[in-house]
Write a protein that binds this ligand. Structure first.
Ligand code: ITT
Length: 191
């Protein structure tokens, strides 16, 4: 069974990756923690490709990476690509975002996810993107998920990502949509 390295240091993403990828023809393995990739790209897709390619090439194995973030309309798309760098912890990032939106009535936002799969030589084999529109709440609500989940509300389902059963978030989220596009292609890969 070929190995697929999950190129992430985010435990929340890792859990979701495992949910999407178990039961297929890959043995999943986690990238070594000391292998950190600098995110110098100018788009989510560029950063996902950078992470997958560098981890794959360094280890000489197939790798999958995700670059994602929350773009808030009233903040001109921020924190966007800088979502992970917006604070030192999930709590700090959430507090900063709620503060930045204080007094703002336009709460529309979107979560974006780009995923890339790289071959052992670092070339990109597959890529996919997914977007989920929503709004930013006035306070954190819900206990599930990770990251910005407690303040990202999806009107269609009447709850935040953090209030959703994991199965529902996995199906309708930005990452769920990206994986829905990616998984059929991943199943077709010929080693
Ligand atoms: P890796 O690069 O190691 O995968 P990271 O946390 O640095 O991990 P990103 O650069 O892609 O990942 O930053 C994404 C940020 O957006 C980060 O703060 C995440 O916690 C957050 N995020 C991504 N997907 C999310 C989701 O489904 N729910 C809540 N927050 C999410």
């Amino acid at each position: 069974m070929p190995r697929l390295i999950l190129a992430t240091s985010n435990p929340g993403k890792l859990k979701e990756f495992q949910a999407y990828l178990t039961g297929n023809a890959w043995e999943l393995a986690l990238k070594p923690t000391e292998l950190e990739i600098e995110e110098t790209g100018t788009t989510f897709l560029e950063n996902a490709c950078l992470k997958a390619a560098q981890v794959a090439k360094t280890l000489g194995e197939w790798a999958i990476a995700d670059d994602s973030g929350l773009s808030v309309d009233a903040l001109g798309g921020a924190p966007g690509l800088y979502s992970a760098r917006y604070g030192r912890s999930d709590a700090e990032r959430i507090a900063r975002l709620l503060q930045a939106l204080e007094g703002e009535e336009n709460r529309t936002a979107q979560f974006v996810c780009a995923i890339a799969v790289a071959r052992p030589d670092g070339s990109i084999a597959l890529q996919a993107e997914g977007i989920c529109p929503g709004t930013i709440t006035y306070e954190a609500t819900g206990m599930g998920g990770f990251g910005y989940d407690p303040i990202f509300y999806v009107p269609e389902y009447g709850m935040t990502y953090a209030e959703m059963p994991p199965d529902l978030k996995h199906r309708i989220s930005h990452r769920g949509k990206a994986f829905a596009a990616l998984l059929p292609q991943l199943a077709e890969i010929d080693f």
